[in-house]
Design a protein around this ligand. Structure first.
Ligand code: ZN
Length: 852
């Protein structure tokens, strides 16, 4: 009979439980190897002859089990490849009760971005979801929480910093080895353990309610740490306040890691970041970069409670961690900087989730997760953004105070332990006396979301729901309890009407009297659904756009576009509505508009029609830019700067307007000559991009040089993206060759790949190259699951039916097992995009010809 551990879906038995790990790990940074010894305090819950713990590519040395004065060595030690476990078999039953397991082992750094790996000059760990087992033999599942007292031995190289979850409690140098011991942690799941060693420098320590906070970077980037540090100082007290609980892990260190798979990782007390999500130059950082840093810092700090203090039992509730941290980050940053209007950015993420969730190949927020590999696939838009939106909807339904009380109750009840989603719903239900379990489970257990159709007759509003699919003609019978807020205007002003739509259809009568001027059926765009208005209701909204909030104007446009995709509206309908947004002044609404028009320009029309479409966009939005000019006025409001940024993107990047390009060219030349004030920071990305597109060899060389030495990560990324966008054929080719070189860091291969597939002169040749060299393309990700997924998703940028067939053939011949969902989703989406091009392209052309 095969042993259970030969199954990939094997989960650890609860016969032996870890209580306290005391490991010492010696790093050989030159050879990228390590050796370890650890004493592991365990509790044998029932007598057993084997101990199973996780380990991958670790070579075990001496192993001894000690209990009650006796000691036993295993009679066999077997590594099991499928379950990534080490099975220790003993000749006698191990007695119930406390015991010690002493283990020695050796191993190597991994080549990818997980386990212990080398990121440029820094050795760092990334363990979530299940890679602690690449450094330590351990019980590597979230329910197995234990204390960790880690010691690391490193070379005596001057300037080397070692950071762990706890503060350094001793640091001793003896005979060419430095031994650093970290403060023992409170109980933690293994995925939250971290170690970083490198030539890092930190900000001076600053205290928040007695908790020291520091932000770390390589010395050449030390001047970029201030903002991330400030964001942590702002978030920490607000989070303590919200949870009604002190911070548990003694200190906060935040570190920028030079090569990093995700955005950041919430290791307890030692948060690691991709540099661009932590470090920035306040003089040149666009507001979007600042907001992103604040949001990521707050998200990771929110996890210190939600995730670290109370942890999911198993990866099927990973969404709860991530949805909560996503939602919480926006709530806290909004309280810190209300002028940033970050909920509008949240809406952008939500829009992407709605787009994904309209596919048949989507998945429920809470799905079955059988193993660590599947857990890795769960870090997606549904888990983060849809999950966050559903929590926001529930908070809106229960009220902010009851919701917070429920959260506090949940944190108290499950302190230092593990919990499942229903524990949270019960706590929220108790705090609010509302049917939270019913509401929540409908939204998290069922994939997709409703399209709510709205018909207005006098004061009567009829709403009906069915599941929304972006594939035309697809239907199914699911229903949701939809908490809706209708906003409307009549003679008495603007008011709201709340309802919980449970059935397929409901009719409500708006209170008041007189003519109803308009009804908007998703007030503030806080609901996770789309709306289809009947003709007259839509007409009333289109002629009263100014009465709607920015989030509502955005969602009106986005929902209309979704109906075009799903064959329920024509491209002409959409463009008629878009035409009404010409004098739009809100930057967030303009972003949405420019994004949609960009899709039409790049995917639906070609040649002369594309040129005609660009001139129409220039005519629609050019006057707005002309009015603002390129130069920011002294103490100009951020809103104006962002509006200008959206307009430059429309008129310059999208419409390729000649005057805009000339303006950008002159300013970028000054910028590259060292004049940092040549461009308002929010214009940098578009300006450099459009200039690079038509740039020459000298510009290519300059950007390549600057990209390699630039300390500011956002600037570096800007130059990198620009290198993929040159349209001169010789330079396009050089840009493509860079992909396979060290000039593109592993963490950046997917963003760069996206750039190459978006380059219209190089796209087809690059796609040919990708098919030929697919193995090399995949190898560039180092096997990192998030990067692999993005490689698959990047192919969604292709446009033609022939290319769709080629993508299908490629993925069939070389399936990416780490990205099963992404493969299905990308093929489905690309197939819809190709059909949309065939169907809506001619509609756009006809519509354009009708324009004056
Ligand atoms: Zn997170």
């Amino acid at each position: 009979m095969a042993h259970l551990t030969e199954d990939k879906n094997f989960r650890l038995p609860r016969t032996v439980l870890p209580r306290r790990y005391v490991p010492t790990v010696t790093l050989n940074l030159d050879e990228r190897t390590f050796s370890g010894t650890q004493t592991l305090e365990v509790e044998v819950a029932s007598p057993t002859q084997e101990i199973i713990l996780h380990g991958i590519a670790l070579k075990l040395g001496k192993v001894v089990f000690r209990a009650g004065g006796a000691q036993h060595a295993p009679v066999a030690m077997e590594p099991m490849a499928q379950s990534e476990t080490l099975v220790l078999r003993f000749g006698v039953p191990l007695p119930k009760g406390p015991a010690l397991l002493e283990v020695e082992w050796t191993g190597k750094f991994t080549e990818g971005l997980r386990g212990l790996y080398q990121a440029g000059k820094v050795a760092a760990t990334q363990f979530e979801a299940a890679d602690a087992r690449r450094l330590f033999p351990c019980f590597d599942e979230p329910a197995f929480k234990a204390r960790w007292a880690l010691t690391v031995r490193i070379p005596t190289t001057p300037g080397l910093t070692a950071l762990g979850n706890g503060a350094v409690v001793s640091d001793v140098t003896e005979s060419n080895l430095r031994t650093v011991t970290f403060q023992e942690t409170d109980v933690l799941s293994s995925y939250l353990i971290a170690l970083v060693v490198g030539p890092l420098v930190g900000t001076p320590e600053q205290q928040v309610n007695g908790v020291p906070v520091r932000t770390w970077a390589l010395p050449e980037k030390a001047h970029l740490t201030r903002f991330g540090q400030d964001a942590a100082l702002a978030a920490l007290p607000r989070l303590q306040e919200y949870f009604g609980l002190p911070y548990a892990y003694g200190k906060v260190d935040q570190v920028g890691i030079p090569d990093f798979e995700a955005g950041a990782m919430e290791n307890a007390g030692l948060i690691t970041y991709r540099e661009v999500a932590l470090l920035l130059d306040p003089a040149t950082a666009p507001l979007s970069v600042q907001k992103r840093v604040a949001e990521v810092v707050t998200h990771e700090l929110a996890h210190q409670w939600f995730g670290n203090w109370v942890t999911m039992v198993w990866w099927d509730d990973l969404w709860l961690n991530e949805a909560f941290a996503t939602w919480m980050a926006y709530k806290i940053v909004d309280a810190w900087r209300p002028d940033w209007r970050v909920w509008l950015d949240f809406d952008t993420g939500k829009a992407a989730a709605l787009h994904l969730d309209a596919l048949s190949s989507t998945h429920p927020i809470r799905g079955e997760v059988r193993n660590a590999g599947e857990a890795g696939e769960s870090f997606d838009l549904i888990t983060y953004e849809k999950g966050g939106a559903v929590l926001r909807m529930i908070e809106g339904f229960l009220g902010a105070d009851a919701f917070r009380e429920g959260i506090r109750q949940y944190m108290r009840t499950h302190a230092r332990g593990n919990a499942v989603a229903d524990d949270l719903w019960r706590a929220l239900g108790a705090a609010s006396s509302q049917p939270v379990v019913e509401l929540a489970n409908a939204w998290i257990g069922q994939s997709g979301f409703p399209l709510v159709s709205v018909k207005v007759e006098g004061r009567q509003v009829t709403v009906s729901q069915r599941r929304f699919y972006s594939e035309p003609g697809v239907n199914s019978a699911e229903r949701w309890p939809v908490p809706m807020v209708l906003r409307f205007e009549d003679g008495a002003g603007v008011r709201e009407h709340r309802l919980l739509l449970r059935d397929e259809r409901a009719t409500v009568t708006l209170e008041g009297s007189g003519e109803v001027k308009w009804v908007f059926a998703n007030a503030g765009n806080t609901g996770f659904y789309r709306v289809a208005y009947d003709g007259p209701a839509l007409q009333k909204l289109a002629t009263n756009l100014k009465a709607l909030a920015p989030a509502e104007r955005t969602s009106l446009l986005a929902d209309r576009w979704a109906l075009v995709r799903s064959g329920q509206a024509s491209a002409a309908d959409f463009l008629d509505l878009a035409s009404r947004y010409g004098d739009e002044e809100d930057d967030a609404v303009l972003d949405e508009l420019v994004g949609r028009l960009g899709y039409v320009e790049s995917r639906l029309v070609d040649g002369e029609d594309q040129e005609r479409f660009r001139r129409w966009v220039e005519k629609l939005l050019g006057p707005g830019l002309a009015k603002l000019g390129w130069e920011a006025k002294a103490d100009e409001d951020d809103r104006v700067k962002l509006r200008r940024s959206a307009l430059v993107r429309a008129v310059g990047s999208l419409a390729r307007g000649g005057p805009a390009l000339a303006e950008a060219r002159a300013r970028v030349a000054k910028l590259l000559a060292g004049d940092k004030a040549a461009l308002e920071p929010n214009l940098l990305d578009s300006a450099v991009y459009m200039v690079a597109r038509s740039g020459d060899r000298a510009l290519f060389d300059t950007l390549l040089e600057k990209m390699k030495t630039e300390p500011d990560p956002a600037t570096q990324r800007r130059y990198l993206t620009a290198l993929a966008s040159f349209e001169d054929p010789a330079l396009t080719k050089r840009g493509q060759e860079l992909f396979f070189s060290d000039a593109v860091k592993m963490q950046d291969v997917t963003i760069y790949l996206g750039g190459l597939l978006g380059n219209r002169t190089g796209r087809d040749a690059w796609w040919g190259e990708m098919q030929k060299r697919w193995k090399d393309v995949v190898a560039r990700t180092g096997g990192a699951p998030m990067l692999l997924r993005r490689v698959v998703e990047a192919m969604g940028a292709l446009r033609e039916r022939k290319q769709l067939d080629e993508v299908k053939a490629l993925l069939q011949a070389h399936p990416v097992n780490e990205a099963q969902q992404a493969m299905a989703q990308t093929l489905e989406r690309l197939s819809q995009d190709v059909s949309l091009r065939e169907r809506a392209g001619p509609e756009v052309v006809t519509w354009l010809k009708r324009q004056p």
